[in-house]
Design a protein around this ligand. Structure first.
Ligand SMILES: [Zn+2]
Length: 487
């Protein structure tokens, strides 16, 4: 950090808690049978319940409870055997009932945690999850499409969400970024949401305050909203931190308020003033009985959780003996990890498989935007290709060309190798003929090599490979050259 002007940011530390809203992957809404399909014509996915017509009653969606509970268990949270749906009262045009059904004093789950890294002294950076509760989403106001008139789309009203609230345990924008990326990864592992940030399936609000380093008392916090990427969250926190430091340094007082992040300008601006939670006049929703989950039901869900990222990383370290970096890349997504393991089990050499997936496979996924579960090369066909390289049937260079064709056509590697004339030549007679031709053409270099200029070996190997159109088996070419040199 430079000395000028940053005295303030060295003196102060950032204290951040995050509220993450995650849309659950259900077919229907939280309290009615309307579809949750994104991108339908406005107000297509509505019914008397989510339009709040008089006399309609909510019925809780069991699938949503199951997904929310899985998310809570993955975070190591205590799932309550009884939780209560409450009405959060406020007026806004996108909220037809005049209240949102949420959970307040008895949420679905409390006291989870996420470990996001290690401090310099080796202790874990543990972020506590205060609570995880279920709630319904609101609709969407549209202000910019109808010549100054506002419109309302209630397709999203009633879509199931979980809100995951962390303690103010984060101390930098980088920690906030790590927390969000690891949380997203964990939720992808338990498959409770499509986590699509562009479609609003994962939304983040940040509470941020500052205090002098070494102080334990919390400062006045502001809430920053409207960030639609993780890097946006990091930039917004930096901007708000600098703003608060500026206020305190000039003798002012931070005002508790809600701010909106403006990504284009890189600044925050005030939204409406922050209401305290008492203004929502929460009370238990009389239309919904308490949500009761049995100990056995929760236990069954816990037993059925898939292997989580930490456990997978540990197992990959033991079973595949890869570097920490390789393991991070391969376990970033559960589907990549699954693909890797399928190829590795079929082929046998984990390191070779890891290199191919981190190189060739991820490059194609990045280029095409395809998800791995729609990748055209099946794991066992990739394993066959790697077997062919190991057995000397094709060179590594030829294998890359074959792989490129497999991606296009989905053909088997042996079929492509034969049609394209890429099979490696290991035939002694043919190889000897190529070697002799090269040595005849480069007789003076050959004499220098035999006189001790050993670095020329690569020149001869390269020339033979070129003469063979890349098909000569380089191992055997090396052996033949060694024999010629000693003969
Ligand atoms: Zn509905």
């Amino acid at each position: 950090m430079s000395a000028a002007g940053t005295g303030g940011t060295d003196t102060y530390e950032m204290v951040v808690g995050l509220e993450v809203h995650v849309q659950l992957r259900t077919r229907t809404k939280l309290f009615c049978n309307c579809s949750t399909q994104f991108g339908e014509p406005p107000n297509r996915n509505t019914c008397p319940v989510c339009l709040a017509l008089p006399g309609s009653l909510p019925v809780l969606n069991e699938a949503a409870v199951e997904l929310a509970t899985k998310a809570a268990l993955a975070l190591g949270a205590d799932v309550a055997e009884e939780s209560i749906f409450a009405r959060k009262n406020y007026f806004y045009p996108d909220l037809p009932k005049g209240y949102q059904i949420s959970q307040f004093d008895k949420p679905l789950a409390t006291e989870g945690q996420l470990i996001i890294g290690e401090r310099a002294d080796g202790s874990a950076i543990r972020i506590c999850i205060t609570r995880l509760h279920m709630e319904e989403d609101a609709g969407k106001s549209i202000h910019d499409r109808f010549n100054g008139l506002s419109a309302i789309d209630l397709n999203r009203a009633g879509v199931p969400l979980v809100e995951i609230v962390s303690d103010p345990d984060l101390r930098s924008s980088a920690e906030a970024g790590s927390y969000l990326r690891l949380l997203k990864q964990l939720l992808e592992y338990v498959d409770v949401s499509d986590l699509n940030m562009e479609e609003g399936s994962l939304r983040v609000d940040a509470n941020i305050s500052i205090r002098k380093r070494g102080e334990t008392k919390l400062g006045t916090k502001t809430e920053v909203k409207n960030m639609n990427s993780f890097s946006g969250v990091e930039r917004a926190l930096e901007a708000e931190f600098a703003r608060q430091v500026g206020i305190l340094e000039s003798g002012g007082v931070v005002e508790q308020q809600t701010l909106l992040w403006d990504a284009d300008r890189g600044t925050v601006r005030p939204a409406r003033s922050k209401e305290g939670s008492h203004d929502y006049r929460y009370f238990p929703d009389p239309d919904l009985p308490p949500l009761r989950l049995t100990h056995e039901w929760i236990g069954r869900l816990r037993d059925r959780l898939p292997e989580l990222p930490d456990a997978k990383r540990r197992r990959f370290t033991d079973e595949h003996r890869l570097s920490p970096y390789d393991i991070d890349v391969l376990t970033a997504s559960p589907r990549i990890a699954e693909y890797f393991e399928a190829v590795a089990h079929a082929h046998g050499d984990s390191k070779t498989v890891a290199n191919w997936i981190m190189g060739e496979v991820l490059a194609v996924l990045k280029q095409t935007g395809l998800p791995i579960d729609r990748f055209p090369v099946r794991p066992r066909d990739l394993a066959t290709l790697l077997d062919m390289v190991r057995d000397g049937a094709v060179s590594n260079t030829a294998a890359k060309r074959i792989f490129g064709i497999m991606v296009q056509t989905g053909e088997l590697p042996a079929q492509i190798a034969e049609r394209e004339g890429l099979a490696q030549v290991g035939d002694e007679g043919q190889l000897a003929a190529w070697v002799d031709e090269v040595l005849a053409a480069q007789s003076s270099e050959w004499a220098r090599y035999r006189a001790g200029e050993k670095k020329l070996l690569g020149v001869f190997v390269g020339a033979v490979m070129k003469k063979s159109g890349g098909r000569a088996d380089p191992k055997k070419v090396n052996q033949l050259l060694a024999m010629r040199a000693s003969g």
